[in-house]
Write a protein that binds this ligand. Structure first.
Ligand code: G3P
Length: 478
């Protein structure tokens, strides 16, 4: 019937007074794998209070000590990579090796954040007044970076550990406290990760993890007066959150429709390898996945043939067996993907493989000759289905990319560096990769989306800065 997990508050593991649990369905078996507590609004209130109190003394804890604890948590997390990865396999059907990579990457991210934090936060500014017209040198301004208070972190199902620590570590190094609301699929992996912070010995109440139904505690958390900043990664729920949240800083990453523009002079083997990795890793369930290929007609046949040869070689099956393509996260997600496929079929797309589905498992599918009137040309399937649109000019490719409501990343393949730079400048996305598939990492690189893809910028340095405020003290001389 599934193991039942407690939530984490005040440095302790607790059962919710609701007496209710939320089931986590294993995407592969479609049966209940685990259960987590359905926390109440009252429990959220308590967590917020403890977070507020704990933050006050944490902000006074020396920076080097905060860093030391984070390094400790990173080491413990890495030691526990096997059991955490196992949860990722069961909860979100992440292929076994990728699950291990996610945990290790998370440990590295925590350590890097601790190192970066001591440097960024260890420095302030000194300004003098006589640079501004009309002033004498009578004012000295000292600035430093102070924490915001309580940070609410809401990571998505596809990286429940990594996209949680990418919010937790910068929040903590900067002297904030943190309330984590993990995604339901991925909640147990997140609770295990939180346990590593618990073992590292962070003060009580500084980190907490509340689980439960979005309908019960979702809005309650995001609109809670005790929250001073929200860092969210996920779908368009983020847009709703941003409309309801109060006057607090928001960091949001809400998906994308990353385009891959392929020019005539591109190294087609390199392109094919990147499209397969970029489009199909974790079965396309990454916001940075290649989600539409825009290829010049003259090289399209060659590219599509190479892609077909590679798609056939992708292994399809269980995450435990480390297959390339594994069941998508939920039945509703599989149904949504199927809807896009059917629409493309009706409107005449060329199916490079036969469409095949068994439960939540969808076989990798390449759709050629996709046209702008098809939904798949614009919507993100978050599954192993990749549309190819044949273009006759670079402008056509850029136009399609920019007509999207998303603007996360994009990529361009060409040997002509001048063209690459011009295209990069023209693409309205937060990042453009030249001769590689889109990706968030390395995790200290800035990561941001334009338009509906997000607010603010992530990456270790940007997140630390985002979770602080500038405080000035001005010394007025006689
Ligand atoms: O989908 C979440 C996004 O942050 C992707 O990260 O590392 O797969 O590029 P990554």
């Amino acid at each position: 019937d599934g193991d039942v997990y407690k939530y984490y508050a005040d440095g302790e593991w607790k059962k919710s007074s609701s007496g209710k649990t939320v089931a986590i369905i294993n995407p592969s078996t479609r049966k209940t794998q685990y259960k987590v507590q359905a926390c109440t609004q009252e429990e959220v209130n308590k967590v917020m209070e403890s977070a507020k109190t704990a933050q006050k003394s944490w902000a006074k804890t020396p920076l080097w000590k905060r860093a030391e604890l984070l390094h400790k948590a990173a080491a413990i997390l890495k030691e526990h990579k096997a059991p955490i990865a196992e949860c990722l396999v069961k909860e979100i059907a992440k292929p076994a090796k990728d699950a291990i990579t996610e945990v290790v990457r998370s440990g590295d991210l925590i350590s890097y954040t601790a190192e970066e934090g001591v440097r960024i936060l260890g420095e302030g500014k000194f300004l003098v007044s006589d640079s501004f017209p009309g002033n004498q040198r009578t004012k000295y301004c000292l600035t430093s970076k102070i924490p915001l208070g309580v940070i609410l972190a809401i990571p998505p199902f596809n990286y429940p550990v990594n996209l949680a620590v990418s919010k937790i570590a910068p929040a903590l190094i900067a002297g904030n406290s943190l309330v984590l609301k993990p995604p339901t699929q991925g909640a147990v992996s997140a609770l295990h990760m939180v346990h590593c912070f618990h073992l590292a010995g962070f003060p009580k109440g500084l980190i907490s993890c509340v689980t439960g139904k979005g309908s019960e505690i979702g809005d309650f958390l995001t609109m809670h007066p005790g929250v001073n900043c929200i860092s969210f990664t996920g779908g368009d729920t983020g847009i709703t959150i941003s409309k309801k949240a109060g006057m607090i800083p928001l960091q949001m990453e809400l998906g994308g429709k990353d385009a891959c523009i392929v020019l005539e002079d591109a190294d087609v083997d390199l392109v094919a390898a990147n499209i397969i990795k970029g489009g199909f890793s974790y079965s396309g369930q990454r916001c940075t996945a290649v989600k539409v290929v825009l290829v010049m007609e003259s090289v399209a046949d060659v590219l599509v043939e190479k892609l077909k040869a590679k798609v056939v070689k992708l292994t399809v099956g269980a995450p435990e067996d480390d297959c390339d393509i594994t069941p998508v996260v939920s039945e509703s997600s599989a149904n949504f993907i199927e809807g896009l496929v059917k629409d493309a079929k009706e409107k005449g797309a060329t199916f490079c493989q036969e469409y095949k589905r068994d439960g939540n498992l969808i076989w990798p599918l390449l759709l050629d000759n996709v046209r702008p009137d098809m939904r798949i040309a614009w919507e993100e399937p978050f599954g192993p289905v990749l549309p190819v649109i044949r273009i006759n000019s670079i402008e056509e490719g850029i136009h399609h990319c920019n007509a999207s409501n998303f603007g996360l990343q994009g990529c361009v393949f060409t040997k002509d560096v001048n063209k690459a730079i011009l295209i990069s400048d023209a693409m309205e996305t937060g990042t453009v990769q030249i001769n590689s598939a889109p990706a968030r990492g390395p995790d200290h690189f800035p990561f941001q989306g334009l338009k509906d893809s997000g607010i603010g910028s992530q990456g270790v340095t940007n997140s630390i800065n985002m979770m602080t405020k500038i405080k000035s003290t001005v010394i007025n001389l006689p």
